[in-house]
Ligand binder design. Structure first.
Ligand SMILES: [Zn+2]
Length: 475
């Protein structure tokens, strides 16, 4: 994943760190900070932390400006917020209080998901998501409860080995669905949920962007699509069927290779995608909409033809020439320098205007903020062209450093990002001037990273705990 970076101007983000989120990323270019996007929801969601912060401020009788006078005060505040007992209001809303996750608490999952099949019935008012999961217990004969993550979902049904579960067979909370006594051996789990992408303003999970459906699942967005073990060490083979209105959504994309497509009754159509390589759910992607593509072909060093497609609204296709050049250059460079060849027959890039991250390396279906794909000589600067080359390369290189070889848990984020940033820096250096690239990278570190590391939002490269994983994505 790559971020669009702008100078941090919002006091909201500074407060976020004081509220117990260990770090905060630079501002996202295409959206306001979440607390400004939907202030009511934000306050409601973080009421517990805001309450504890207000309590603390009253207790010590100083205002925010005073907090910044010396480092000692900052440390005291962060420490106090982290260790203060929960006030009564927080106890009342404990079900919705975000939980702190500790590195030391890592445990192997009790169950693995061998293969998963999803069906998406995309609609204007609601989308129905059906999953069929082959579940394997890690220890044969074990039947400990199976805990699935979920957020903002409406559960319609749960079946185990084809039989519908009754209320007493599972436990449903605001953030989890627990199957209380799963079979002791391999079994099939089927779940149907209803979601509302047109109302999803978090830009995580499945949402609408300028009339198109789009996903963002890193780090923990998949739990907004269906109940699942939303953790990177659950890797499965995915098959995805998408059904939608053909005139509204003529293009239906997901990961892997296209197996089938056809028309359905009522002006609908369907596609069936299969990704032959196991992947964690944060790399899942779906795009549906009115898009057109620039097409090209890359011949790998072993002689395979890989179809390349860059999808945008029709009027933007002429601005994708540099992005296509960058993709082909990255594929060739990874073969020449690292000996890594692309492993599927198709590689898609989609550019959308509403995208929180700068770009996302979903397996074979990279999704970009338009700013990092579109360029024309009339409007783009040299820096814009260089940024597109670097970020197209970065997301492509993740195909091996991050996707085929992935993280155990989110505490290992720096491994996939650090190595892939190194690779994209080497790529840009080889494609242009190594000296200019180095000066540019060091300037960025000094302007963005060093001030953060010297301030209240500093955190270790590998933290000991986190509340909201998103806050660890920094420059
Ligand atoms: Zn990345």
């Amino acid at each position: 994943m790559a971020r669009l970076i702008l100078p941090c101007k919002s006091s909201c983000l500074a407060k976020t760190s004081l509220l117990g989120f260990i770090s905060s990323a630079p501002l996202r270019a295409t959206s306001k900070p979440r607390c400004l996007q939907n202030p009511v929801r934000y306050i409601s969601k973080h009421r517990g932390f805001i309450s504890s912060e207000v309590t603390f401020r009253r207790k010590y009788k100083f205002s925010y400006p005073a907090l910044y006078r010396d480092k000692q005060d900052r440390r005291r505040l962060i420490c106090a917020v982290a260790t203060d007992p929960l006030p009564k209001q927080v106890e009342e809303s404990k079900m919705d209080t975000p939980k702190e996750i500790f590195l030391k608490d890592y445990k192997l999952p009790d169950y693995y998901f061998d293969s998963v099949g999803f069906t998406f019935l995309l609609g204007e008012e609601k989308t129905i998501v059906s999953s069929k999961i082959t579940v394997l217990p890690r220890v044969e004969g074990s039947s400990s409860p199976l805990v699935l993550d979920g957020a903002d979902l409406k559960l319609l049904s749960v079946k185990v080995n084809g039989e519908e579960l009754k209320n007493g067979d599972y436990h449903l909370e605001s953030r989890h669905l627990t199957i209380l006594s799963p079979p002791s051996g391999k079994f099939t789990l089927e779940i149907v949920t209803e979601i509302y992408p047109h109302k999803n303003t978090s830009l995580e999970g499945l949402y609408k962007s300028s009339g198109n459906f789009c996903t963002q699942c890193e780090a923990e967005g998949f739990r907004k699509i269906t109940y699942y073990q939303d953790r990177p060490d659950i890797m499965s083979k995915y098959t995805v069927r998408i059904e939608a209105d053909k005139s509204l959504y003529p293009v239906l994309l997901s990961n892997g290779n296209l197996l089938e497509q056809g028309d359905l009754e009522g002006g609908k159509h369907y596609v069936l995608w299969e990704d032959p390589f196991k992947k964690p759910c944060y790399l899942f992607a779906l795009v549906a909409g009115q898009l057109e593509s620039r097409d090209d072909v890359f011949v790998t060093r072993s002689g395979r033809n890989v179809s390349l497609r860059i999808w945008t609204p029709a009027q933007d296709v002429p601005k994708t020439a540099h992005a296509m050049y960058s993709l082909k250059a990255a594929m060739k460079w990874d073969e020449d320098v690292f000996g890594l060849e692309y492993d599927l027959d198709l590689f898609n890039i989609v550019a959308v205007p509403d995208f929180n991250m700068g770009a996302m390396e979903n397996k074979s279906l990279n999704i970009f903020n338009s700013k990092l794909v579109l360029a024309s000589p009339e409007t783009a600067s040299d820096a814009d062209y260089a940024a597109i080359l670097g970020v197209i390369g970065h997301e492509y290189f993740h195909n091996w450093t991050g996707n085929r070889v992935t993280c155990r848990d989110w505490f290992q984020l720096s491994l996939k990002e650090g190595l892939t940033v190194f690779r994209d820096q080497e790529f840009s250096s080889d494609m242009g001037s190594r000296t200019v690239k180095r000066i540019s990278d060091v300037s960025r570190l000094r302007i963005s990273q060093f001030p953060q590391d010297a301030g209240p939002m500093a955190h270790p490269v590998r933290p000991h705990s986190y509340i909201k994983m998103d806050n660890f994505y920094t420059g």
